[in-house]
Design a protein around this ligand. Structure first.
Ligand SMILES: N[C@@H](CCC(=O)N[C@@H](CS)C(=O)NCC(=O)O)C(=O)O
Length: 208
């Protein structure tokens, strides 16, 4: 049985969403973030994977951290050919690019903005560069999504599963990017997304 180690308000919500879209049975082990001011993962998560972060997927002997790797594993193993383009096609390589881009590039300026916001005025010299990188990445995503329903091809793929968390983490920033905001609203309205929220519990990413 697939087991998702799930932390409230975290990237593991995207794995629950994928499993609901796939209609593949799974179990959830829930972890609760520590109280503010440092709402980190509780130490028990380190018993599952040394990094102590979510998501972690366990399927028999297989233990995977890193959400893009989990998405690839689930789609390759249980997807029955769905949720990814045909291997080797141009769309396939666009799919691989988005899978990596979400965590490898797009999250970085958002995380920098989050961390430096705690420094007050001391962060002022960094702000122009962080802001211009946010603009660079979010304009790029908006340009790519213009006229499309999904990041790749004509149906939901692992690329959407990875990318939606970025757009959720962006919160009110998306007011400046209506294409991205509409996409976020559409994805969040999907029945499988709603079921995943019901099962996962508290999820306020981007709303605080
Ligand atoms: N790039 C990793 C990031 C994993 C990660 O940082 N997860 C966060 C939750 S969104 C976490 O567990 N944070 C708690 C902590 O660092 O203590 C992935 O996509 O899986």
């Amino acid at each position: 049985m697939i087991v998702v180690h799930h932390l409230n308000n975290s990237r593991s919500q995207r794995i629950l969403w994928l499993l609901e879209e796939m209609a593949t049975p799974y179990e959830i082990v829930k972890y609760q973030r520590l109280p503010p001011p440092m709402p980190l993962a509780p130490p028990e998560l380190k018993k599952v994977h040394p990094l102590g972060k979510a998501p972690v997927l366990v399927d028999g002997e297989i233990v995977i951290a890193e959400s893009a790797a989990i998405v690839e594993y689930l789609i390759d193993t249980y997807g029955k050919g769905r949720f990814k383009p045909a291997h080797g096609s141009a769309d396939y390589w666009a799919y691989v690019e988005w899978l990596h881009y979400a965590e490898g590039s797009a999250m970085l300026p958002l995380l920098l903005a989050l961390y430096t916001s705690r420094l007050g005025e001391a962060a002022a010299p960094l702000r122009p560069r962080i802001d211009s990188e946010i603009e660079n990445h979010f304009s790029y995503m908006a340009m790519r999504l213009t006229g499309r329903d999904f990041f790749v091809g004509h149906g939901l793929s692992g690329a959407d599963i990875q990318m939606l968390f970025v757009l959720e983490a962006a919160g009110a920033l998306l007011e400046a990017y209506p294409v991205l905001k509409d996409y976020r609203t559409r994805m969040q309205a999907r029945p499988a997304y709603q079921r995943a929220i019901e099962k996962g519990g508290e999820y306020t990413v981007g709303k605080a």
